[in-house]
Design a protein around this ligand. Structure first.
Ligand SMILES: Nc1ncnc2c1ncn2[C@@H]1O[C@H](COP(=O)(O)OP(=O)(O)OP(=O)(O)O)[C@@H](O)[C@H]1O
Ligand SMILES: [Mg+2]
Length: 302
């Protein structure tokens, strides 16, 4: 893990107040976090636990009630950091009447990119997020998943060092989800730092190096995903081509050593794997349909 700290929060707290300044919700309570360069960090927690609030405080879109957030060593309200930052909000607020190319071109101009660099960046990103075929369509015609993809492209337009993603996989189908996860891992390979939040546990498990679990604004757990998920006292062995005799022998060895055999079975694939293989197969061989099992014929009543 790199020594360089990209995001740091110190006793970061947020209280939302109502119109009259009365305390309404304590959304975040004294959060201490450090995110290092090059890691994918996940904020996890149920609805309303303070994930979006944390991201907005890091971005400087909200002011903390107390404590502070530092990005690249500077206060979150320092606008200089925005050059190095990308943000995918929970809901994208993009112009409905622009198409994908125009949208990205618009944001590239905000970052003062030269025309030739701009064109190439827009083109690369559109391909990267899988919107090549829809690049000339207005965003108002986009499906939820397509909107998420253009949102990600927009977040990456300035080739940021730190990317904050609020629920990146929400609204995506399993293929889109897999692609989004691959894109996040690609960002990590490029040495970028990613902070994402989600309540979809599988997504977080697949891409994050470390996670923080929030509940009602409080940090409940913090650590490496692999360490947190390791069940220390259980050993898992996967082998191919074992004869029944060999399996019996293994059972004997385990019992001789006072171990407890919990399971010896053929693994099942995940629904995600099954779904992806069916869709890939359908793309390779269009027109083929599943055989529908006919119900067994009812036996005539006697
Ligand atoms: N602008 C606001 N005014 C008042 N309360 C707010 C505001 N924004 C968020 N809250 C409250 O702060 C708490 C944390 O909200 P936050 O949006 O950070 O949660 P979250 O973890 O992102 O949830 P979700 O998974 O639903 O996106 C909630 O109780 C929410 O009602
Ligand atoms: Mg949220």
């Amino acid at each position: 893990m790199s020594e360089e700290i990209v995001v740091q929060t110190r006793a970061l707290s947020k209280v939302y107040r109502d119109f009259w300044g009365r305390q309404k919700v304590r959304a975040l309570k004294a959060l201490d976090l450090e995110v290092h360069r090059g890691e994918v960090f996940g904020l996890l927690g149920p609805n309303g636990s303070g994930k979006t609030t944390t991201i907005k405080l890091i971005l400087g879109l909200l002011f903390p009630t107390s404590g502070e957030a530092l990005v690249f060593g500077k206060g979150a309200n320092d606008v200089g950091k925005n050059e190095r930052l990308g943000f995918l909000p929970e809901e994208s607020y993009l112009y409905r009447f622009l198409n994908a190319e125009e949208t990205l071109d618009f944001y590239a101009r905000l970052f003062d990119m030269k025309p030739e660099v701009r064109q190439e960046r827009v083109d690369t990103l559109i391909k990267q997020v899988g919107l090549d075929r829809a690049r000339k369509r207005q965003l108002q015609e986009y499906s939820k998943g397509m909107t998420r993809r253009i949102g990600l492209a927009q977040a990456l337009i300035n080739n940021p060092d730190l990317v904050l993603l609020d629920e990146p996989t929400s609204g995506l189908d399993p293929i889109g989800t897999r692609e989004m996860k691959d894109m996040i891992l690609r960002l990590k390979d490029e040495g970028k730092t990613v902070v994402m939040c989600s309540h979809l546990l599988a997504d977080v498990q697949d891409v994050c190096d470390r996670i923080a679990i929030l509940h009602q604004g409080e940090l409940k757990e913090l650590g490496r995903v692999d360490t947190l998920l390791t069940v220390a006292d259980v050993t898992q062995i996967r082998a191919r081509g074992l004869s029944p005799d060999c399996q019996n022998e293994i059972r004997d060895v385990i019992s001789r050593h006072q171990g407890e055999l919990m399971e010896m079975a053929n693994p099942t694939t995940t629904l995600e794997e099954l779904f992806l293989s069916i869709v890939r197969d359908s793309e390779a061989r269009p027109g083929r349909r599943a055989k529908v099992e006919k119900p067994a014929e009812a036996s005539p009543k006697t």
